[in-house]
Write a protein that binds this ligand. Sequence first.
Ligand SMILES: Nc1nc2c(c(=O)[nH]1)N[C@H]1C(S)=C(S)[C@@H](COP(=O)(O)O)O[C@H]1N2
Ligand SMILES: [Mo]
Length: 198
Amino acid sequence: MNLFGRRNADRERYGDRLPPGQKATDGWPVLHYGSVPKINLETWSFEISGLVEEPKTLSWSDIMALPQVNTHNDIHCVTAWSKFDNDWTGVLVADVLKDVKLKPEAKAVMVHSYGGYTTNLPLEDLMAEGVLFAHSHNGQPLTRDHGWPLRLVVPHLYFWKSAKWVRGLVFLGEDQPGFWEMYGYHMRGDPFAEERYG
Ligand SMILES: Nc1nc2c(c(=O)[nH]1)N[C@H]1C(S)=C(S)[C@@H](COP(=O)(O)O)O[C@H]1N2
Ligand SMILES: [Mo]
């Protein structure tokens, strides 16, 4: 079947869950810029800084001591594949940010990863329902390729916003472009509005 035929078949199968211009995949492609960072759980840490009253650092055991939450959602990569029905386990942004007081000027966040990747989110998108720092996918710990030990999952935006190997959040007074956003990807990236570039 050609691409057009497949898209129509996907449309019949998934209806409104398939964003425009996307096609369904059964596998799970690995996509990232650069190489997989070497991470040691003993020294792993997650830092919250920028426009906060007091910066905070969490260790891996701090993360695991937070309430463990399951989510179920679809993911949509800007390169046109969508992967339906993912089960994630991890911790909610609200729980990670417990005890962190944002300054009133904070309007956006830069998500930082081990290896240097960054991606930006307005506060509302970071705090949106269903956004999770995930350590497991479909009941298995993330593989190193998919972001072990912890990745962000922002299911309502294109998957480049779902930073793998997260290492911290920096709160900002205005939304600033991260890695792909500087290369012309959209600042927000809503797949249903096809906010792919610019
Ligand atoms: N740290 C990091 N996170 C990243 C990326 C990256 O290059 N580095 N690529 C993003 C992009 S463009 C996509 S499509 C998804 C791919 O995630 P996957 O490899 O688990 O499918 O990761 C996102 N998160
Ligand atoms: Mo991507």
